[in-house]
Write a protein that binds this ligand. Sequence first.
Ligand code: RAM
Length: 521
Amino acid sequence: MAITNKIQNFHMEVHEAFLAKAEALTPTLRETLVRPVRTVDLVLAGPDCAAREAERGFTASRPMGRDGQVCLDFGDHQVGYVSFRLTPVGSPPDAPAYLRLKFGEIPYEIAASASDYQGEVSRAWIQEEFLHIDVLPAEVRLPRRYAFRYLEVTVLDTSPKYQVVISEVLCRSVTSADRSAVPPLKSADPELVQLDRVSLKTMEDCMQSVFEDGPKRDRRLWIADLRLQALTNYVTFRNNELVRRCLYLFAALTQNEGRVGACLFLEPKPQVDDTALFDYSLFFVSCLYDYYKATGDLDTLRELFPTADRQIELSLRELDERGIVTDRDTWWCFLDWSDGLNKQAGAQAILIYALRQAEALARRLGDEARAEGYEAAVRRLTQAALTHLWDEEQGFFVSGSDRQVSWASQVWFVLADVFDRAENVRLLHRLMERNPGFPMVTPYMYHYFVEALMENGLTGQAEARMKGYWGEMVRDGADTFYELYDPEDRYASPYGSRIVNSFCHAWSSTPSYFIRKYLAP
Ligand code: RAM
């Protein structure tokens, strides 16, 4: 599956003053030079592939001719620009050197064959290059930025008369994150220490000129991803100016009628995509709410509040005569990547959730009339949900004409606080006991589940779930947390093949947020 829906007659609306503010907040990237630490052999480990040390350290390869190969391990996940030296050995080179380079965030990407890829998202995301080097010796500088830990170099050919040696392999790693800004962790629990470490690394590698979703794919600013990155950022890197830049970018570059788009591209210049998602537009409200809570920056709130208000207004247009968000085809609202998930109930809950935040912001700005309007909408939407979506017999919220019961719908209604805490707790227990189907498949949706547990006082359960899910990824060898993870199916991918999954995806870095906000504040 790929998100292919476009809004009709799309055009971009530009707010120049906001754009100028966002551009003025463009961060300077910090650079670190990183060299490979060892060479590895890829081996099958259970259903997957692992990298086993071949030789410690790496200075230069042995001379390699046709089919010669070396796999380098940089020791940890990198986001950056790679260069190396290629030196001929033997007779004067009588043909170009022809190389294949594969970059992998995890060993699986190196072992998998790109030519087998049949998925829907572009194969151009597969980090594989074929290079002809005509003049040797050569200093090769690759123009693209890669996200990787492993680099496999295969010599497809030289000639029978000469071979090549690869040396001086270097990655110029880049990030806008400042490690020294991260407060020390107030916990010595080894599992929490490990989860925090991997979360921070994930954040760091996604913090570039904006909060990218994933530095391998899609390398852009998605608003729901931003929301979780920003929450984690407030308790870790504390780069609030980067959040402010992203907020101004979304407010500066909107779709028709001032709708906040699902994502923005940054190059060659900032531009909103033509994808709209119901929940994603509403997360502008949540991002602004969280930002104000974290910073108390009233000027930004005042300036950006109309954009938040507009998202509520556009969403309220989607209600049917009962006061329920109209259900549509699959990609009108995201929620999660689980197959066949119906979005109606989740969308209704997220609208209530955002309305409550908008109400708090309006009150902060002294706009009582607007706040009361939001409050009335909360009452109406809650009543409608309890009448039409709550199934008393099952004890669950149902979604869509097939009355689907999913994890996502229950979790979002708990977060929307349509019940009191005691009832929320009962619903969460019922959900965990009965496991009704349509489970969560992304750390993104899993985040909201853990948040629902934390917010309703089920801290022990929340911690156990967090350690179970993210901890399992670490046990599977994750250096950074993945875009999606299903412990039952390690090959899961919504894109037709795991080779294009992103293995450093910022929406999965929230263990640091949970640990630092709830467990070891
Ligand atoms: C994928 C990416 C991105 C997410 C969207 C909805 O393309 O993982 O991070 O926000 O889906």
